[in-house]
Design a protein around this ligand. Structure first.
Ligand code: SF4
Length: 447
């Protein structure tokens, strides 16, 4: 990431802030808006700036920069996202330029809003480290990021475009929705299957290729999809028809997969927590309760790994700390992190609700903590309960077993669906919702 010169930044940032405030005031909850550090989003508690560290990797020194930025430019709330990104909330518009300068010096700011917007690549948190992986994805990531920076025409990709790369190792982001996905083929060593997101959240596989050909193939698929995406009601690859998929893959050096099975790898719904040893690699995993941290927690994390140590963000709103061992877990637990898989908070997702978003009418975070203390939620199976401030369902776009959807100060309840699905019950108070949820949760758990 190359920082922009100071003079250009001053000329560029002020009009941009005005544009952001105007645009997001007009439609605070509209779909398709994806905040960045260059183009933060206006929300009820100030601007929200999302940082996309390359490969989810952050040094201890960068964690300290973010802790300081969250305290001085924002309201001290730091969120981990389901795309292994990190966002600072409550940023004052007048402090945005200083924040961007600080991020630039720490190597956390792209050279432009367009560069930032195109870099939506999600990797397994142990990419390049996992001895069980079929390949090291980091060289492929570097090549893709380089080519994306050069590809100005791809500024037209949807704001929420996501490319997910898998390496066949542990903790694969296989259940994270992707527009384009690459996955090693067990039966074809040295080949990665390439696919387009399907309407049901799965993948429509187009064929396979060696990793060296992947950057060219993936960029061609992105470019060729643009005219089709323009005609769709929602610019998502999952809306492309089978014919569209065939057309964008036409003539690319993809080997047909035929009936080769492409099973979803196991372990795609939970992060590594606690201390793990994988061959020579010793690592520690910790999660943030409901994906939220304060600056002090980032400082504690940075103190544990040292300025040159590495923390990796995961799409399960947690960190993996390579080359660390069990003794730091006590410090991290005392600092407020979840350090083992038994916490019911791991089974709950919640957005900021009315305290952080103009579309919210309920206190989702407070209500989620209330429910976590009362419901027999079993951790370990991914998100079971989603407390959404509205039907947009930002905190967990996929289905969950139970979803409370805030509406006019009370909740509707959706069972086994997304936040925008038809509710089973409407207009519930928190107490009514807790009562109903506990019977539904228990019933779901019965054999
Ligand atoms: S789901 Fe939550 S964060 Fe998203 S728009 Fe609705 S209230 Fe806002």
């Amino acid at each position: 990431m190359r920082p922009l010169p100071k003079r250009m930044r001053a000329a560029y940032v002020r009009p941009m802030v005005e544009e952001i405030l105007h645009e997001t005031e007009a439609s605070p909850g509209r779909r398709g808006w994806c905040p960045g550090a260059w183009r933060p989003m206006a929300s009820a508690d100030g601007l929200v700036a999302r940082l996309r560290p390359s490969g989810g990797r952050l040094s201890g020194a960068q964690l300290l920069t973010m802790a300081s930025a969250a305290s001085h430019a924002g309201n001290g709330v730091i969120e981990l996202t389901g795309r292994a990104n990190l966002q600072l909330r409550g940023i004052e518009a007048a402090k945005l330029a200083a924040l961007q300068a600080q991020l630039g010096l720490a190597g956390l700011l792209d050279s432009s809003a367009a560069d930032e917007a195109r870099r939506n690549i999600l990797l397994p948190p142990l990419a390049g480290l996992d001895p069980t992986a079929a390949l090291d994805l980091l060289p492929l990531l570097a090549e893709l990021e380089h080519r994306l920076r050069e590809a100005d025409e791809l500024a037209a990709l949807p704001a929420k475009f996501a490319l997910v790369l898998e390496d066949g190792g542990l903790f694969q982001p296989s259940r994270i929705t992707a527009d384009l996905r690459a996955r090693p083929v067990a039966q074809l060593p040295g080949q990665l299957a390439v696919g387009v997101g399907a309407p049901d959240g799965g993948t429509r596989w187009l064929g396979s290729a060696p990793p060296t050909l992947l950057p060219g193939i993936l960029l061609a698929l992105m470019r060729r999809s643009l005219p089709y995406l323009e005609t769709l009601p929602r610019a998502r690859f999952s809306y492309l028809t089978t014919d569209n998929c065939r057309a964008i893959a036409q003539g690319l050096p993809l080997r047909p997969l035929g009936s080769t099975p492409m099973p979803e790898p196991p372990g795609g719904s939970a992060p590594p927590l606690g201390h793990w040893r994988l061959g020579e690699l010793s690592l520690v995993g910790v999660a943030a309760p409901l994906g939220r941290l304060d600056p002090r927690m980032l400082e504690i994390l940075a103190g544990c790994i040292g300025p040159n140590g590495q923390a990796r963000l995961t799409p399960w709103r947690s960190f993996v700390l390579p080359d660390q061992s069990a003794p730091i877990l006590r410090t991290l637990k005392d600092g407020g992190f979840i350090v083992d898989a038994s916490s019911p908070l791991l089974a709950i997702a919640a957005c900021p609700g009315k305290e952080g978003c103009r579309s919210g009418t309920t206190s989702t975070l407070k209500d989620a903590l209330h429910l976590a203390a009362r419901l027999p939620l079993e951790p370990g199976g991914g998100i079971r309960l989603h407390v959404a401030g509205c039907a947009k369902g930002c905190a967990h776009p996929a289905k969950s077993a139970l979803t409370l959807v805030g509406r006019n100060g009370s909740y509707d309840l959706v069972q086994d669906g997304r936040a925008d699905a038809s509710p089973l019950a409407k207009g519930l108070s928190l107490g009514d919702a807790a009562h109903l949820l506990s019977s539904l949760t228990l019933r779901t758990d019965r054999p």
